[in-house]
Design a protein around this ligand. Structure first.
Ligand SMILES: O=C(O)CCC(=O)C(=O)O
Ligand SMILES: [Fe+2]
Length: 182
């Protein structure tokens, strides 16, 4: 995208935290109740990028764009990691990068451990698509916002579509309404 100074800008404005997660084995018999195997409910990450690794127990699933009935397992090879785009990066890229909905489902007999490095904009940084990402084929989707404000909005509402409601420009909000009606 010809954003020469983007990497150094990102380094100046990004912070991260690291989290280790433990998922218990679902009660036996596995998946007796519909939710028994859900380790982590469906969500999009709110930050910019999440880098995930795990032990040898799979469980991550993603939802194809615009298909909220299908879940596709993500098989992470041993020693590999997965990068997940979050809502802040989706907004910054003017929707060119998609923040995929994902969840964790446990099916086996073994505990799952995962670790994640959660990259996010530093306190007070603004999330605003650079003009290189906006043109007549890519009209602006989100207003600029302060990441901390978006996060507070999300934490106070826990809305699944927090980004669209909080920062979506009218076209995005109209599309959302239409989807809800259809
Ligand atoms: O444990 C995983 O694989 C996913 C964790 C996750 O999606 C999250 O913490 O946001
Ligand atoms: Fe996540």
């Amino acid at each position: 995208y010809n954003l020469d100074d983007a990497p150094s800008h990102a380094a100046d404005t990004t912070t991260s935290y690291f989290r280790l997660m433990k998922y218990k084995v679902p009660p036996a018999p596995p998946a007796a109740d519909h939710y028994a195997g859900i380790g982590l409910m469906a969500h999009t990450d709110k930050n910019t990028v999440t880098i995930l690794g795990q032990n040898d127990v799979q469980g991550l699933e993603i939802q194809p764009k615009e298909d909220n009935n299908t879940w596709v397992p993500v098989v992470i090879p041993e020693g590999a990691f997965v990068a997940i785009v979050g809502d802040a990066l989706k907004a910054w890229s003017n929707g060119r990068l998609h923040s995929v909905r994902h969840r964790v489902v446990l099916r086996g007999e073994k505990e799952r451990y995962s670790w994640g490095s959660f990259l996010m904009p530093k306190d007070g940084s603004r999330v605003q698509a650079p003009e290189e990402f906006v043109d007549k084929d890519h009209p602006p989707l989100y207003r600029g916002f302060t990441y901390a404000d978006f996060l507070s909005y999300f934490v106070s509402t826990l809305k699944d579509d927090a980004l669209d409601v909080f920062a979506g420009l009218p076209d995005v909000v109209d599309d959302r309404d239409q989807l809800a009606v259809n």
